[in-house]
Design a protein. Structure first.
Length: 256
């Protein structure tokens, strides 16, 4: 009997030291509570949910202040805060504060060491382990400050110095293409002699020949410019030549 009481006292002492004498915030769930389940619990209208909501926001606001983020979240921002929670596996190989449910109130106690899935609040430079995913026990852990790399803005190109400025060199193609040469068409004199065209007065270009042919067709079909009919040519009247009277100068009769 004494041995049984001794073992019971040791067991109770161990449970108290581990915070297991009181139940966790929520019953253990082997596959973890989802974010949507955590949100429903946080928005509950009971004493435990109200206590959990206030403690959660208090831990988050302390972490934001330590990280240098100029932000404070009230109770109406609980869902927005949970939107910044991600699940990660962490090995908490250091002292931290764990929580439990005592008469529907969240109470903290000292704890050491934990390896498992946790909810991590992340915003800006703040990265903070906030609760266990299997029981929703809130945790007070050390803050991980994320160093955000700020890239410097590119500097504008300096103005060129006329004393050292060099004009860009022209780049010529390694395989230049030859420039095409246009050879004019020259008609020899013998060509015009064979076709019956005389050379000397007017030199007629190919364009003029084509235009003349087109105009001649137009005049033959429609008359003079304007479409008026052609006037018939006037009859040629031969000149009247008076008869020649034989005689001398002045019309005098010739002497025999």
């Amino acid at each position: 009997m004494k041995k049984f009481l001794f073992v019971l006292i040791l067991t109770l002492g161990w449970l108290v030291s581990k915070g297991q004498l009181y139940p966790p915030i929520q019953p253990y769930l082997e596959n973890d509570y989802s974010i949507s389940q955590v949100k429903r619990f946080a928005m509950g209208q009971n004493e435990l949910s109200s206590s959990w909501r206030k403690e959660f926001l208090s831990i988050v606001n302390d972490g934001l202040a330590q990280a240098g983020e100029n932000m404070y979240l009230g109770e109406d921002k609980i869902l927005s805060a949970l939107d910044h929670v991600v699940y990660e596996r962490r090995n908490l190989n250091y002292s931290f504060e764990n929580s439990r449910n005592i008469s529907n109130q969240v109470k903290f106690y000292s704890d050491f060491g934990f390896d498992g899935m946790v909810g991590v609040f992340k915003y800006g430079k703040c990265s903070l382990v906030i609760f266990k995913t299997r029981c929703m026990n809130l945790l007070k852990c050390r803050l991980d400050v994320v160093q955000i790399e700020i890239k410097p803005e590119p500097k504008p190109d300096p103005a060129p110095d006329w004393r050292t400025y060099q004009a860009p060199k022209k780049v010529y193609p390694s395989n230049p293409q030859p420039i095409p040469v246009v050879v004019p068409v020259v008609f020899k004199k013998a060509f015009f002699q064979r076709t019956g065209v005389q050379i000397g007065c007017v030199t007629i270009g190919l364009g003029g020949i084509v235009a003349g042919v087109l105009l001649s067709k137009h005049h033959r079909s429609s008359g003079v410019p304007g479409g008026a009919p052609k006037t018939p040519p006037e009859p040629i009247v031969p000149p009247v030549i008076p008869p020649v009277i034989p005689g001398g100068p002045g019309g005098a009769p010739l002497t025999k």
